[in-house]
Design a protein around this ligand. Structure first.
Ligand SMILES: Nc1ncnc2c1ncn2[C@@H]1O[C@H](COP(=O)(O)OP(=O)(O)OP(=O)(O)O)[C@@H](O)[C@H]1O
Length: 334
């Protein structure tokens, strides 16, 4: 659980003031009677990580397939890498990389052969293809396994090879459809590191995931897709503030000060042993300011003040039609 006095975005989303890597207006897609995407709008700044969340069948993969030119939309407009998706799909294809839920890795040939095949598909000269292959295999810690059939690789290795293959074409925008599904925690963290490195190289990452923690860790902005529409979009902190359950925690070391504060502050939850008071708050600047002003005015000084926001699980359940808002505040501090 994030815990900070002033929740701030993890980093300034690169390109916030600049160009959009992907912009989408009114995107629609139906299969028969079923409307999968019911007019979605997105704007993803260049050099940022965007996470699309949603329950099974929400249409995440459909959105990725449309934006990566694998299927066409029924309506709406989209620009990817500055090119119009329907007018210039070739140019879009040249600027992007995609790794889907179903890997492009051919298990019958070696990791190195998979990479060289990719280099051929990108029409790289043989020498350049070998150079890029060696460099990427090294970068993704696959040099040792390079001459073994990919079918012998672990899930994490296959996923790394898949991303390495995507990078052969030096894409500026990468779509990662559930990149860590099925990976163990260590491999998942390795993958997160890889994604962070891609972004620090200026690549824009469009991620779909079932793991809210993953979106929370990686994404500059997150959108929750539900019933064919974007139910909410914002930074993780912004989304967490959308639903109730947040609080400000005041910790005291002096029992008398604690008692004074507890008496003066109504609607607080007390922990008399730890000398902690929890004041309900949405964590916004306005509410924090009024609490701080009130503390100053009454001369109460807490030893520590932390803001606790609901986590993304709470947000996800609330936005995607889970029963009620199953908020349960956890106190682990990152
Ligand atoms: N080719 C198709 N023909 C008919 N229906 C389809 C087709 N592809 C997807 N759908 C339907 O569209 C809906 C959205 O599917 P999609 O794979 O985009 O969801 P998702 O959010 O990626 O789900 P998951 O998290 O399970 O991967 C589902 O109901 C799915 O059954």
């Amino acid at each position: 659980m994030a815990s900070s006095v002033m929740p701030t975005p993890r980093r300034m989303a690169a390109g916030d003031s600049g160009s959009a890597a992907i912009s989408v207006v009114g995107l629609r897609k139906s299969y028969g009677d079923k409307t999968v995407l019911d007019g979605i709008d997105l704007r993803i700044p260049a050099g940022s990580v965007f996470a699309l969340l949603g329950p099974n069948g929400a249409g995440k993969t459909t959105a990725v397939k449309i934006l990566s030119t694998l299927i066409t939309a029924d309506g709406g407009q989209a620009q990817v890498a500055g090119r119009d998706l329907s007018a210039d799909p070739q140019a879009v294809r040249a600027a992007i990389g995609v790794t889907g839920q179903f890997s492009a890795v051919d298990g019958l040939i070696t990791g190195e052969e998979n990479m060289l095949l990719m280099a051929d598909l990108h029409h790289l000269p043989k020498r350049e293809g070998r150079r890029v292959t060696a460099e990427l295999l090294e970068r993704f810690d696959l040099t040792e396994a390079a001459k073994k059939p990919a079918s012998t690789y672990s899930g994490g290795m296959k996923r790394r090879l898949d991303i390495a293959m995507t990078l052969v074409g030096d894409p500026r925008i990468i779509f990662l459809d559930e990149p860590t599904t099925g990976l163990d925690p260590r491999s998942r963290h390795n993958m997160w590191q890889i994604i962070r490195e891609l972004v620090s190289d200026g690549v824009t990452v469009f991620l779909t995931t079932q793991y809210l923690e993953e979106a929370d860790e990686l994404a500059d902005r997150i959108a929750v897709l539900n019933d064919g529409k974007i139910a909410a979009e914002g930074t993780a902190e912004e989304l967490k503030r959308l639903i109730p359950g947040g609080h400000v925690r005041l910790r005291f070391s002096d029992p008398a000060t604690y008692e004074n504060a507890a008496t003066a502050l109504r609607e607080t939850q007390r922990d008399d042993e730890a000398l902690i008071l929890q004041v309900p708050s949405d964590g916004s600047q306005r509410e924090l300011r009024s609490l701080l002003d009130w503390l100053d005015a009454t001369g109460i000084e807490a030893d520590e003040l932390t803001v606790h926001t609901p986590d993304l699980d709470d947000v996800f359940f609330a936005l995607t039609g889970g029963a009620g808002v199953p908020h349960q505040t956890k106190e682990d501090v990152r």
